[in-house]
Design a protein. Structure first.
Length: 201
């Protein structure tokens, strides 16, 4: 989908955006990368597998300046890898789309999230769906503070904050936590010229 021509003051020329969880060709992360790239931003996209490089190729075919990084952001080690990878491509993002995560409903490869789940399964769900956003934000917020401008967009959900689905307790808790993270960041970082907003598909 092509976006209408915007006035120069509304383009993202000269900006760099980091979009996490952009490996799926039909997902929110990749769609966000295309939208931001079409507005002129350089886009750095992350995913947990090499398929992220296929997405880079598709973006480049649209004349979008794109870089793909394979990493997991649910651990400090993975976040450290992201820091190194950004430095290697001289990227200092001031736009962040926290999209990384995974819903467990209908996916038999992921433990279902009832109250009978183990602590490890609980932590894994929070790690995938909440800690990833914490680590990605922590990685780039100093670029935003230095620029005195930043935009953080957290992909939350109606699950957790407004409703829930059976057997997905960890996901619902994590997505509700994303709303709290969004509000807390908005308060803490406003004086740096950084906004924090949530989109709940």
């Amino acid at each position: 989908m092509a976006f209408p021509q915007l006035p120069p003051s509304l383009t993202l020329e000269g900006k760099t955006a980091l979009i996490t969880g952009a490996g799926s060709a039909t997902g929110i992360g990749f769609a966000s990368a295309k939208a931001l790239g079409e507005l002129g931003a350089r886009v750095i996209i992350t995913g947990t597998t090499d398929r992220i490089h296929e997405r880079v190729g598709e973006l480049e075919a649209l004349d979008i300046d794109a870089v793909g990084i394979v990493c997991r952001l649910d651990s400090e080690e993975g976040a450290a890898g992201l820091v190194t990878s950004l430095a290697n491509v001289s990227a200092q993002p001031t736009i962040l789309v926290n999209n990384a995560g995974m819903v467990t409903v209908s996916d038999e490869t992921i433990a279902q999230g009832s109250i009978d789940m183990t602590t490890t399964e609980w932590n894994d769900s929070l790690g995938m769906n909440l800690t990833t956003a914490f680590h990605a934000t922590q990685t780039v917020v100093h670029f935003m503070r230095s620029a005195k401008w930043g935009r953080i967009i957290n992909i939350t959900s109606v699950s957790g904050s407004s409703m829930a689905t059976r057997g997905d307790l960890g996901y619902a808790a994590a997505k509700a936590g994303m709303v709290g993270l969004t509000r807390g960041l908005a308060v803490d970082e406003a004086h740096h010229g950084i906004t924090s907003n949530a989109v709940a598909p």
